[in-house]
Write a protein that binds this ligand. Structure first.
Ligand code: SME
Length: 150
């Protein structure tokens, strides 16, 4: 197991234990974003929640961010519309990327699926290029399964 995977394995067990017996999705999303953000020191880590046909800003760690994102727009809206994790090594190369912060250079967005539907997305931004890969995708997909029913 790589050093990064090892860190994620520890994070996953922490995520599962903090979500155990907790039914409030907002509370768990708040703690999951803090957990991931503090461990890796990312630029921005947080959730957008599907509400009223768009993505609305949810619990996050980092600087202020866009509050509403339409389906299919930006990396978050693409992840939601296509129901898949999107890894962006260089945000300038992603058509339609929404620049909430000029510091963000690379990004990963992971859908939160419940009952066969995407109900939220986890968005992480880095100030460095090519921060995220398949390892981040695999582990973050497991971590977001800890989010209780929204
Ligand atoms: N860059 C995202 C918008 C959200 S902020 O990064 C927090 C996007 O293109 O969807």
């Amino acid at each position: 197991m790589t050093a990064k995977a090892q860190r994620y394995a520890t994070l996953l067990s922490q995520a599962l234990s903090l979500a155990e017996g907790e039914s409030d999705a907002i509370a768990v999303m708040a703690n999951l974003s803090a957990l991931v953000h503090r461990e890796f020191g990312f630029w921005w880590t947080g959730f957008y929640i599907v509400r009223g046909g768009e993505l609305v800003l949810g619990p996050f760690q980092g600087p202020v961010a866009c509050m509403h994102i339409a389906k299919g727009r930006g990396v978050c809206g693409t992840s939601w519309a296509e129901g898949r994790t999107v890894v962006v090594p260089d945000v300038e190369e992603f058509p339609g990327h929404i620049a909430c912060s000029s510091e963000s250079r690379s990004e990963i967005v992971v859908p939160v699926r419940q009952g066969g539907r995407v109900v939220a997305v986890l968005d992480i931004d880095s100030e460095k290029l090519a921060t995220f890969d398949e390892v981040d995708a695999q582990w973050l997909e497991k971590i977001v399964e800890a989010v209780p029913s929204l």
